[in-house]
Ligand binder design. Structure first.
Ligand code: SF4
Ligand code: SF4
Length: 428
């Protein structure tokens, strides 16, 4: 058992067994069993800590079935962080069982951007051998069944050139009002590059000077949710040391991705506390006031809303906004993207915009994809009921999950990051 493990005992002692978390739990909704519920997880984690539960294959399966959606934390009268204790036990699972080869390769590539760039370029050139383009441009479809990927599954699109390699490091403005750096996130860097293009266009329209820090690495979220402690440690240390070299010169570093933003703003410190990296904590705390999710910062610190109202084109296409777990529940951001979108698009709320889309992380999207499929169905039904042309969320993980779920349900709604829709409106 890990020495610096999150305090399982206090979490399990503080659970008053009220059951408020059970109806909102994403895994319990699709596997209605007490063991796959926040209350059940907490009971099992307490037993594990006391040495009464062996971390066998069954326990491993149970702890890997949590979507880390934080719905339970939101409603718990004691705000018990079930997701965080599960993230910690996953490090023990990784210690005992190892990490699958394909995840190890993926996490290794996330640490070495140069090699990842080459791998993605190669992947782009040979993609049509095993994948075909979706005619609506939503991504790539598997031509035949592959290990863990069934034929026809919609996968993220691939770009010929990454966002970071497509722009100069500095994009100046003649009379800059503000100066911001961009942290792009891996999916927006390699797969959905129009998000970064849109962010650059928006910042240019606002006459904000842009810095694109080329040596930024992955925030560590995929490795953290899988229990790969070594990779997370490496990525935090490298990124912190790099951000320190420029952060004081900029008004903010903005991130067009809920998961990366939540990882840096919340999970970096939690990770450091639990893995004896306390020397990094004051350094991270010093960076945090400058780190923001993109729509949140643009709404609060720029003239974007009034620019959209005065000069933005008005569209008839209905947009429905999905709240990424890492935006609304973890960072309290839900009003800001809606306020910006509402300047130019009719917004229609779905019946439960806060319900988790069912992405769940790398393990859920590979070995446990059947759970992701089940969790996606109710979300897709509520998107379909709005009749929206676009479903929007500032999260590319939600995009991967919802695009595939809508594609397999035959729903034509297109997923767009709010920044893509906003940039479109600014084109007039
Ligand atoms: S994080 Fe989500 S899936 Fe996991 S226990 Fe909490 S509500 Fe359930
Ligand atoms: S809501 Fe909190 S206190 Fe109540 S059962 Fe769930 S985890 Fe325990």
């Amino acid at each position: 058992m890990s020495k610096n493990i999150f305090d399982f005992t206090s979490v399990s002692d503080e659970c008053i067994k009220c059951g408020k978390c059970i109806p909102v739990c994403t895994i319990h909704q699709i596997n209605p069993d007490e063991v796959t519920s926040p209350r059940g997880f907490i009971d099992l984690l307490g037993a594990y800590k006391r040495g009464d539960l062996e971390l066998d294959k069954n326990a491993k399966n149970i702890f890997e079935s949590c979507f880390l959606c934080t719905n339970c934390v939101d409603v718990c009268p004691n705000s018990l962080a079930t997701d965080m204790v599960i993230e910690e036990v996953r490090a023990d699972i990784a210690d005992k069982y190892g990490i699958s080869w394909f995840k190890r390769v993926f996490f290794w590539l996330l640490k070495y951007r140069f090699v990842m760039d080459i791998a993605m370029k190669l992947g782009y050139s040979v993609r049509t051998c095993i994948l075909s383009e979706d005619i609506q441009g939503r991504g790539l479809k598997a031509r035949f069944s592959l290990p863990m990927i069934k034929k026809g599954r919609l996968l993220p699109s691939m770009a010929s050139k990454s966002f970071l390699n497509s722009y100069p490091e500095h994009i100046t403005s003649s009379k800059p009002k503000q100066k911001v750096a961009i942290f792009i996130g891996c999916l927006a860097n390699y797969n959905y590059t129009t998000i970064g293009d849109s962010l650059v266009e928006i910042l240019q329209a606002l006459e904000i000077e842009i810095f694109i820090p080329k040596d930024q690495l992955c925030c560590g979220a995929p490795a953290y949710f899988t229990g790969d402690v070594g990779s997370v440690e490496y990525l935090i240390e490298k990124n912190v040391a790099y951000f320190e070299t420029f952060i004081d010169e900029y008004d903010a570093m903005i991130i067009p991705e809920a998961t990366c933003s939540a990882m840096i703003k919340h999970d970096w410190i939690t990770f450091c506390k639990n893995h004896s990296k306390s020397e990094l904590i004051p350094r991270i705390e010093k960076l945090l006031p400058k780190i923001h999710m993109a729509t949140d910062w643009l709404y609060k610190n720029s003239e974007l809303k009034s620019l959209l109202a005065k000069k933005g084109k008005r569209f008839d296409s209905v947009v429905t906004y999905h709240d990424p777990c890492h935006a609304r529940k973890v960072q309290g951001i839900y009003k800001e993207p809606r306020e910006l979108l509402a300047q130019n698009y009719p917004l229609v709320e779905m019946s439960d915009s806060n319900r988790c889309c069912g992405f769940g992380g790398v393990t859920m999207q590979s070995e446990k994809f059947k759970f992701a499929e089940l969790a996606g169905k109710p979300k897709v039904a509520m998107i379909r009921d709005t009749g929206a042309t676009y479903v929007s969320a500032e999260c590319s993980a939600c995009r991967v999950q919802l695009s595939e779920a809508m594609h397999s349900a035959g729903v034509e709604t297109i997923f767009k990051n709010p920044l893509e829709l906003i940039a479109e409106a600014l084109k007039g």
